[in-house]
Structures are given as structure tokens and as C-alpha cells.
Design a protein around this ligand. Structure first.
Ligand code: GLA
Length: 391
């Protein structure tokens, strides 16, 4: 945490005046270990919550005004809106995320009678694909739940966040990011079946290795629209398959079933997308079993396969993240490495043997600079708890 609770409260006082009745909350970002682009295909995912994320301070007001201030976007100053005007707008910038959560509460019948003053601060690197927006949505949800006294489960807060992102912010994301931010658990990854929302915590005991996130520091434009395209392509493939298979989602198919029926998918692009979704789901199930058997080498091998599938079939990688993965694969002591999250830039996640972490960072840093002219950033990951009150 780059700022202490004390410093956050001081800033709240400077911006909004006084901080006596203010409560402080935190919601984490996430990294996904395996199971990419499966969460809107009824498949499995395996993310964990990070110890970096988004902090929020909230105080109820007497009127219908909502005032937002972000330390990260301080140039925007205080952004004022009203409970009676919850519509998205370009000028509203980052506040569209919390506004969307207020809007979703109302839509779901959780009536919010008065506004609030809200201060936000995040320590997730911008545009890194580590779910800063999902953490902001879950953070807003937990703050509203507690401040206005609603009884809402953490999973429902995740669903509210996802609904808001889909319908207020126009990004048709799945449930993974909000779910991980809401339900994360220290030192555990979450093995989530997105078809049922059943999940189990899998302890990540890696005494001889570390999880390292490498930020490519690139975010390609059209992330939202290319993501929504992928989702549509998967839906088209599913419709084709449903003419011959009794399935609800692509996650219902094994690889063999897919191979037996794939010819009904007429569009070659949709075919590639569906292949990734089916194989990635099965890979995730297998990877979690391998981890339970302490077969970390197999887990790493499957992570590498995921990268190749995301690169060649799902086509959400890019030159920079391919360079990062290929450099990682060439280093002895790297158990597995792949692009993580939605794609089109962002981060890779790697499992690296303890004694190789320094070499990994040096080699990837140097090779990445040589091949792309860019600087990569590295984070050795701690797995943290889900959203909660801090004060
Ligand atoms: C983004 C979305 C998630 C998920 C991943 C890809 O992070 O928000 O719902 O689809 O991409 O696995």
C-alpha cells in the first residue's frame, strides 16, 4: 500500500472536510493463473486476489448528491453527480465505474436514499490487466452495502459489479475478475466453475517457486471492442454446435466431443475461438488436479499451452506479450509463463523457481528492451484476501 489509512483520511479531510464518520475499504486486483476467456463460456477459471487493489473512503450525505474524488485522477478534481442522474457519460471518466454500481443497486431494488462523499485511491498499475475496474466496482458495492445497511453476499456483490460493467460501461466481461476481488483468500487461488458459481479454494503452496507478474506496459486500443467480438464469436460457435449437441455452454464439451462435432461451425474464426474455449476449460481442470498432486511442472506446462492457444487460436496476445513469454520460456528455472487476463497487452504471469527469480527479471528486462524498446515492470506476487473494511 503506497498510502497509509492515516494519509487517506487526511486527503479525505482536505477534499471533503472532516473525516470523523468516514469508513475505509479495500478491494483487490487479481491475477489469473489459468482458465482464460472461459468465464463467459461456462468454463472454469483459477484466479487469485492480489495485495494491490483499490481503496475507498465513504461518508453518507443528507442530500441526493454524490461526490467522487480520486487521488490517481486528481486533475479531474471533485466529480459531482446526483442519485437522480445515474447515466454514463464520457466526461464522467473513471466515475462511470462507481456510478454504474449505484445504478445497479437501484435496478436490483436496493434503494439508496441519500448520496455520499467518496474518495478513491488505487495501487494497481494503470492498464495492466490486473482488474483495477473490477476492484473499483466490488469496492463500491461493499461500501454501499455497509453504508446503507443491505444484506448482500460477496458473490452477489461480484454479480452486481459484472452487471454494472456489462450494462453501464458496455464491456461484456465474464464474472472472473469481480468474483476474485470479492471472494479472494490469502494464499489461495479460487477454482471457480462459472456455469454454476460453485467454487473451492486451492492453497497455493509453492515453497520452491514464486509467482511473478511482468507488465508489458502496453495496452492496445480497442480492447473493449475486440473483447466483445471474441464473446460474440464464441456465441456463434455455440449456436452452431447446439444444432447437433445438447449443451448449454462450450464448457460442457470435452476435447473429443468438440473434435467430433466441430465441422458444424461454419466460420473458421469462430471455430478457432471455440477450440480455445473448450481446450482451455479442460486444461484448467487438469492444471488444478496437477497442482493438487504437487505436480507443479505439469501446471507450468499447461500454462505455456494456454499462451500458445491465446496467441494462435483466440488471438488476444500481441507482439510484446509474446516476446515476454518467449523470453521466459528460454530461462532455466521458469516452470511456466503466459499472458494473463483479457489480453491485447497487459501482463504475463510466470512461475519461477526461487533461485531463478533474479536471473528471470534481469534476462527478461534486457531482452524485452532490446526487442521492443520498452521497459517491463516486475512484481513478485503475494496472494491476498478479498474485499473488506479496513477501519
Ligand atoms: C477480462 C474479463 C474477464 C475474463 C478475462 C479473460 O479480464 O474481465 O471476465 O473474461 O478477461 O479470461
Amino acid at each position: 500500500m503506497a498510502l497509509s489509512i492515516h494519509e487517506l483520511k487526511d486527503t479525505f479531510t482536505q477534499v471533503f472536510g472532516g473525516s470523523d464518520d468516514v469508513k475505509v475499504y479495500f478491494a483487490p486486483g487479481r491475477v489469473n493463473l489459468i482458465g482464460e476467456h472461459t468465464d463467459y463460456n461456462g468454463g472454469h477459471v483459477f484466479p487469485c486476489a492480489l495485495t494491490i487493489g483499490t481503496y475507498g473512503l465513504i461518508r453518507k450525505r443528507e442530500d441526493r448528491t454524490i461526490r467522487f474524488y480520486s487521488i490517481n485522477f486528481d486533475k479531474m478534481g471533485i466529480v459531482t453527480t446526483s442519485l437522480d442522474d445515474l447515466t454514463p457519460s464520457k466526461q464522467a471518466g473513471w466515475t462511470n465505474y462507481p456510478k454504474g454500481v449505484f445504478w445497479t443497486f437501484e435496478k436490483r431494488g436496493y434503494h439508496i436514499p441519500t448520496g455520499a462523499d467518496i474518495l478513491i485511491y488505487g495501487d494497481i498499475p494503470a492498464g495492466s490487466g490486473l482488474s483495477s475496474s473490477a476492484s473499483l466496482e466490488v469496492l463500491t458495492g461493499i461500501m454501499l452495502r455497509d453504508t446503507y445497511g443491505f444484506d448482500i453476499s460477496m458473490t452477489d456483490l461480484a454479480l452486481i459489479g459484472q452487471y454494472s460493467e456489462n450494462n453501464f460501461n458496455g464491456m461484456n466481461c465474464g464474472i472472473m475478475d469481480q468474483f476474485a476481488s470479492a471472494n479472494g483468500k490469502k494464499d489461495c487461488a479460487i477454482f471457480l466453475d462459472t456455469a454454476t458459481l460453485d467454487f473451492e479454494y486451492a492453497p497455493i503452496k509453492l515453497p520452491t517457486a514464486k509467482i511473478v507478474i511482468t507488465n508489458s506496459n502496453v495496452k492496445h486500443s480497442l480492447v473493449g471492442s475486440a473483447y466483445n467480438d471474441r464473446r460474440r464469436e464464441c456465441e456463434t460457435a455455440l449456436k452452431n454446435l447446439q444444432t447437433v449437441c445438447d449443451i448449454k455452454t462450450l464448457g460442457d464439451l470435452t476435447e473429443a466431443e468438440f473434435e467430433a462435432h466441430k465441422d458444424v461451425i461454419s466460420d473458421p474464426i469462430c471455430l478457432k475461438r471455440a477450440k480455445h474455449a473448450v481446450y482451455e476449460n479442460q486444461r484448467t481442470i487438469r492444471a488444478v488436479s496437477a497442482l493438487k498432486e504437487n505436480n507443479i511442472e505439469e501446471f507450468g506446462r499447461l500454462m505455456n499451452e494456454t499462451h500458445v492457444s491465446l496467441r494462435d487460436d483466440f488471438e488476444v496476445s500481441c507482439k510484446e506479450t509474446d516476446v515476454l513469454a518467449e523470453l521466459a520460456w528460454s530461462i532455466p528455472g521458469v516452470i511456466g509463463s503466459r499472458i494473463t487476463g483479457g489480453g491485447f497487452g497487459g501482463c504475463t504471469v510466470s512461475i519461477v523457481k526461487n533461485e531463478s527469480v533474479d536471473t528471470f527479471i534481469e534476462t527478461v528486462k534486457k531482452g524485452y528492451k532490446e526487442q521492443t524498446g520498452l521497459d517491463a515492470d516486475f512484481y513478485v506476487v503475494d496472494i491476498g484476501d478479498g474485499a473488506r473494511e479496513l477501519s
